[in-house]
Design a protein. Structure first.
Length: 402
């Protein structure tokens, strides 16, 4: 009998300890639930890691702003980052991990078109949206998926937007140095179609995306019976920085003008580090200029906070990425649910106040049209760097003319 009482007492004590422990752990502060957004972007070579770092900083700032304003549905947003290295296989694996292991509700930060085209297929497979803020391949949105959105311009749109400047300048023969990627060749072919319709001769020179010595190709252009009067560079990798230098070395420049296919000369420190005096008089297109395009109050706050946080001006694609994350947050709020199947159908029906204007996602039903879940509110500016060390903010706007 005494042993039985003893066992019962021990059991009561154990139960009491278990209950006390459960109560203790129940009332311990719990980490707040978060809604995860996945950012996959190049953060190491051979990818364009300089742009990737800006993408990461921008996304972190956007999420910080949203969380400071109370988060979404009572939860904070959190960013889960993956380095795609500018490689297709790495990028696809990164997206799959973010979706299946991290349970992200959207993918942002994608960069290289060849990588993004493969990544979007994985997003479509899992029913998770993917947003492009500066991925230009027309094919990215051409299959009209419900899960694919783009704030950035696209190749054939950009070709049309820069063509009036090229016509006005009287260029007759344009050589496009195009890396062998979906961006490089996609842009080159889109430009060739538009330019030849205007009577401009176009020569496309394709080269491996990771090439860094293009002297032989540039020499061939110089020795043509009718050499080009404009060299247009379509590269996101290292070649975009070395081609201007090598064009001078082989004697193609300065008789042949040089135009970068996108706005990296206006913000990348590597531009002047690599080109030095040979970067002077290069032109490039961009979609923002502080004196020519007014920012919204949202855009002004982003610009000021970005400069305060990181000590530099944000490039235009940072504005677009910031907008995308705001779009995601607003759509989740509107749906009252973080499940992609609940909020994604609302995105193309809503309008969003962005950093440079109101964002709506347009759709054209023509088969293969890149205008699908696509914002079309871009305004182009052509900048000319007339002095060494200039940026987009200090360069000369040569188009549109005053």
């Amino acid at each position: 009998m005494a042993n039985k009482v003893k066992y019962v007492a021990v059991a009561v004590i154990i139960i009491a300890i278990v209950i006390a422990a459960a109560v203790y752990f129940f009332y311990l502060p719990k980490p707040a639930e978060t809604i995860k957004i996945g950012l996959t972007t190049p953060l190491s070579s051979p990818g364009d890691y300089k742009s990737g770092e800006i993408n990461k900083k921008t996304a972190e700032l956007a999420i910080k702003h949203i969380n400071e304003e109370g988060g979404v549905l009572g939860k904070n947003l959190s960013l889960v980052v993956a380095d795609d290295q500018g490689k297709v296989d790495v990028g696809v694996s990164a997206v799959e991990r973010l979706i299946t292991e991290e349970n992200v509700v959207a993918i942002v930060g994608i960069w290289h078109s060849s990588v993004a085209l493969a990544q979007k297929e994985k997003c479509i497979e899992y029913g998770v949206p993917i947003f492009a803020h500066y991925t230009w391949a027309d094919d990215f949105t051409a299959d009209h998926s419900e899960w694919v959105f783009r704030v950035s311009p696209y190749n054939s749109e950009i070709a049309k937007l820069i063509l009036p400047y090229i016509v006005d300048e009287g260029y007759e023969h344009v050589a496009v140095m195009a890396e062998d990627t979906d961006y490089g060749l996609g842009f080159a072919n889109a430009f060739k179609t538009e330019a030849e319709a205007e009577g401009i001769n176009v020569t496309i020179v394709e080269f491996p995306y990771d090439a860094t010595d293009l002297r032989s190709q540039l020499t061939e252009l110089k020795n043509m019976a009718n050499p080009p009067d404009l060299l247009l560079i379509a590269s996101v990798y290292e070649a975009g920085y070395v081609i201007p230098v090598q064009a001078y070395e082989v004697g193609l420049a300065p008789d042949c003008d040089i135009m970068a296919g996108w706005d990296y000369p206006g913000w990348s420190p590597e531009w002047w580090e690599t080109t030095g005096e040979y970067g002077v008089n290069v032109t490039y297109p961009t979609f923002y200029h502080p004196e020519k395009l007014s920012l919204t109050s949202i855009g002004q706050k982003f610009r000021n906070d970005y400069k305060a946080e990181y000590g530099s001006e944000p490039p235009i694609y940072a504005y677009f990425l910031y907008d995308e994350i705001q779009v995601i947050a607003q759509a989740i709020k509107e749906a009252g649910s973080e499940k992609p199947a609940d909020w994604v159908p609302l995105v193309h029906t809503m309008s969003f106040e962005g950093t440079t204007g109101t964002i709506t996602f347009e759709r054209e039903t023509t088969e293969g049209s890149p205008v699908w879940n696509q914002w079309l509110g871009h305004q182009i500016f052509i900048i000319k760097l007339t002095e060494q060390g200039q940026t987009t903010e200090t360069g000369v706007v040569v188009y549109p003319k005053e």
